[in-house]
Design a protein around this ligand. Structure first.
Ligand code: 1CP
Length: 354
């Protein structure tokens, strides 16, 4: 096992003392970086980047090479590798979101779905993890990830991105049994997929419940949170003598206490939460990750710096905070502004730590 040279990110997740607040950015390897666009052109398309471990490693490293302030790397892949491995045929139309050749609409479709074997059906992801770990050589921790069952189900049933989740919600209310069967298969798939990533070497895992906040409180408990709790209880939490923290990213959900009770070490929050208030509500149970509005990066560096300062002050003194954006960085952001953001987090946060 390689010793980490920078473990600030893991220390903050376990609320151990840190010198400055650690920072990384959701979608830090992505279209706002010209070097990423060049790699994607070389690979041919987005899925070829994900499926070739050398390319996945190359783009994972790009933001780290550009920004020495980054305290974590995130595996370059996508949450939709699981539905693809279940046989749905994922593809991306240029300039549009994800699409599936086969859409799930009946209980027979769901019954026919296999549970992917992470080493056989998603072996390219496991190889990407080991290739990236070798390349990182302990520089910073590597984050693995998966979508939550509910978030994955929305893409599988709609067949693409959606604003209102019309088909998925109709299935949930018309045929809750079918929805539960789908979510149960997804929870099993996500558990073994994340455990595969942990055994292959990731230091932490994040579950993206991006669309959970779109459900009613009752439906959220039954169709999203319950399955994430199952996943978390089935994860390998210690590997090769180190603890593996779990981060749950939520967007727009009002049920922080319920989420904090699901067994994760940290909650990732979007920018609509007041971080200080979230800390008062659930900070004794979990660390917090977030939560600057990614659109702040469209503003000038001085404005970015003052917003970073406001968020740090809102969290206050002490460990237990990983700075991040409240959602992924967008393709239109100027890479210089991302650099100003990362520098501001380290410079302005030292005063909040002993
Ligand atoms: O054209 C391109 O190059 C593809 C753009 C892109 C990228 C860079 C997609 C397509 N996925 C990714 C990488 C990705 N996706 C990562 C890599 C690691 C990193 O953060 O740097 C991660 C963690 C994801 C996760 C992901 N994919 C989520 C959950 C997080 C979130 O942003 O809410 C979701 C919902 C997806 C689906 C997806 N993948 C890609 C697109 C365009 C979408 C659709 C998003 C939507 O429906 O709005």
């Amino acid at each position: 096992m390689i010793n980490l040279k920078n473990d600030r990110f893991l220390r903050a997740l376990f609320k151990q003392p840190v010198d400055v607040t650690p920072v990384w950015m959701m979608r830090q390897a992505g279209r706002y970086l010209p070097e990423y666009r060049a790699s994607r052109t070389n690979a041919g398309d987005f899925m070829s980047l994900c499926m070739n471990p050398e390319f996945a490693c190359e783009v994972t490293m790009q933001p780290l090479d550009r920004y020495p302030q980054l305290d974590a790397a995130i595996l370059f892949s996508d949450i939709l590798t699981i539905p693809d491995a279940m046989g749905q045929g994922l593809y991306f139309e240029t300039g549009e979101g994800p699409r599936f050749k086969k859409v799930i609409s009946t209980i027979a479709d769901i019954e026919a779905l296999p549970i992917p074997d992470p080493h056989k059906d998603l072996g390219y992801v496991m190889s990407a993890v080991s290739t990236i770990c070798r390349e990182l050589n302990g520089r910073v921790p590597l984050i693995g990830f998966s979508g939550s069952p509910w978030t994955l189900a929305t893409y599988m049933v709609e067949g693409s991105s959606s604003k209102d989740f019309r088909k998925t919600k109709a299935m949930l209310y018309d045929n809750p049994q079918a929805m539960h069967l789908l979510l149960d298969k997804l929870a099993q798939s996500v558990t073994s997929y994340l455990n595969g990533q942990i055994i292959a070497g990731v230091h932490a895992v994040q579950i993206f419940d991006t669309w959970g906040g779109n459900l009613s409180a009752a439906a959220y408990q039954e169709f999203s949170l319950a399955y994430m709790r199952n996943i978390i209880s089935g994860l390998v939490r210690e590997h090769e003598g180190r603890k593996v923290p779990v981060i749950m990213f939520t967007k727009g959900s009002l049920w922080l206490e319920g989420i904090a009770n699901a067994g994760a070490d940290a909650l990732g929050l979007d920018w609509t939460y007041d971080l200080g208030e979230a800390r008062r509500r659930v900070g004794s149970q979990v660390a917090l990750q977030g939560n600057m509005d990614p659109s702040v990066l469209y503003a000038k560096p001085e404005a970015i710096r003052s917003e970073v300062g406001r968020i740090l002050a809102s969290y206050g003194k002490g460990s237990g905070h990983v700075f991040n954006l409240g959602h992924g960085i967008t393709p239109e952001v100027n890479p210089e502004h991302a650099g100003a953001f990362l520098r501001a987090v380290h410079e302005l946060s030292a005063q909040y730590h002993e």
